[in-house]
Design a protein around this ligand. Structure first.
Ligand SMILES: Cc1ncc(COP(=O)(O)O)c(C=O)c1O
Length: 415
């Protein structure tokens, strides 16, 4: 099979990674509206579309040749290797999943906890973290404590959030479950500082007693100019079908090498070493990334196209993408802050926010605002799926500063 990872942009000779309009032309997004919710479920840029189509074709032509385990191991290894561009470390640290939710379920379901151990989490988690932990707690006699890191997201401070979290760590706390960028408010946690503060708490603790930090990183991954290993967390879970604009139905769990041993796989791995050992009557074992990747046949056209997505994204450059997104988010927040009937929930400080911008509008619910923005103004935004729903607008590499101004004018007209 030809190398799936080397599929190039459709109009490769014309593609200019330094020109944002050229980047946008790689997507088939409808010009009917401005795409401020593109980060939720990726549109595939041309090289990803080409890679997906190529895998579909070869599997349709020769399913027996390519649908068997060795090909998934090989292309799975290429996907893992490509992802190390943004995780740092080695491919062995990465377990492939189909979504962030699958990764969170595997991690919180499989992390080694004993009766009386505590998971510390926050009020700001998305459903997938909350529910993964609830399902685990229902099975085993562990306790779950939930801390509120802020009351008003617009005025959060890094020190206050770190202080509240560290204060809440108890003698039986074994795992802290956090989300890097809150999809409810757009608040970005000072993750590295939090992990370093937890490390101080860990100093007098034995290795097995250390408090580990697990992070749902979906709204920071591939949009914050950061490499996962530099965040100092123990586990990092994300999908690659959001800000990476990777294939829909892909994601991964990353862990420090020595912390993977604290997770028990839940779904049987199809790794070669696991299968060989099992057939020899032994307990499956092997490199942690492979051992913790759920086995079975997968949506291979998505998984094997991950390297094409990393190549496209890193060809534009993570620092440039982060800067372009952040500049638009700052412009959007500044524009919205001028509107008397709008309250911006997301911090203005780029150190405490990322690409997501959330706000409320006097007298207009978030659902109504999103619906009217699309219908009356050709602006695609969303309503956050949380109890106190806010309007959520996400600039990204597929939006422009002009569209940001248009979004502000459209929101000004909503009353
Ligand atoms: C914070 C957060 N985590 C996880 C998810 C779910 O990601 P996935 O679709 O990859 O499971 C979402 C929203 O889709 C989210 O906002």
């Amino acid at each position: 099979m030809s190398e799936i990872a080397t599929a190039s942009p459709a109009d490769a000779e014309k593609f200019d990674a330094n020109d944002w309009s050229s980047v946008r032309r790689q997507f088939s997004l409808t010009p009917e509206y401005a795409h401020f919710s593109a980060f939720m479920l990726a549109s595939h840029p041309a090289p990803v579309r080409a890679a997906v189509a190529h895998v579909e074709q070869v599997l349709d032509e020769r399913p027996q040749d390519y649908g068997l385990g060795m090909h998934d191991l090989r292309h799975g290894a290429l996907a893992r290797q490509a992802l190390t561009t943004y995780t740092g470390g080695t491919a062995d640290q990465i377990a492939l999943t189909d979504s962030a939710t699958m990764g969170l379920g595997l991690l919180y379901g499989g992390f080694e906890l004993h009766e009386g151990d505590e998971v510390l989490t926050t009020e700001h988690e998305f459903y997938s973290t909350r529910e993964s932990i609830r399902l685990r707690a229902r099975r085993d006699k562990i306790s779950v404590r939930t801390v509120r890191l802020y009351d008003d997201p617009a005025t959060v401070s890094a020190d206050a959030m770190i202080g509240k979290l560290v204060e809440a760590i108890g003698p039986r706390t074994k795992l802290i479950a956090l989300t890097w960028v809150h999809s409810s408010t757009g608040v970005k946690l000072p993750l590295r500082e939090i992990c370093d503060a937890v490390e101080v708490v860990n100093m007098p603790r034995s290795d097995n007693d250390r408090v580990l930090v697990a992070v749902d990183g979906v709204h920071g991954f591939a949009v914050e100019d950061a490499i996962v290993a530099d965040l100092h967390c123990d586990f990092f879970v994300t999908s690659t079908h959001k800000w990476l604009f990777g294939p829909r139905g892909t994601g991964f769990v990353w862990a420090q090498p020595d912390t993977w041993r604290r997770v028990r796989p839940i779904v049987p791995s199809f790794s070669k070493s696991a299968l060989v050992r099992e057939m020899a009557g032994k307990i499956p074992a092997g490199p942690p990334g492979e051992l913790n990747s759920p086995g079975g046949y997968h949506s291979y056209s998505a998984r094997w196209a991950v390297p094409a997505a990393v190549e496209f994204h890193s060809g534009i450059g993570l620092p440039r993408i982060a800067e372009y997104t952040k500049a638009q988010a700052t412009q959007l927040k500044a524009g919205l802050a001028e509107l008397p009937h709008v309250r911006v929930a997301t911090p203005a400080d780029p150190a405490l926010s990322s690409g997501i911008v959330c706000c409320s509008i006097d007298g207009v619910s978030a659902e109504e605002a999103a619906e009217r923005l699309l219908r009356e103004h050709g602006i695609s935004a969303g309503a956050t799926p949380y109890r106190d729903s806010l309007l959520r607008i996400g600039p990204s590499m597929v939006t422009t500063p002009e569209e940001v101004d248009r979004a502000v004018r459209a929101i000004a007209a909503l009353r």
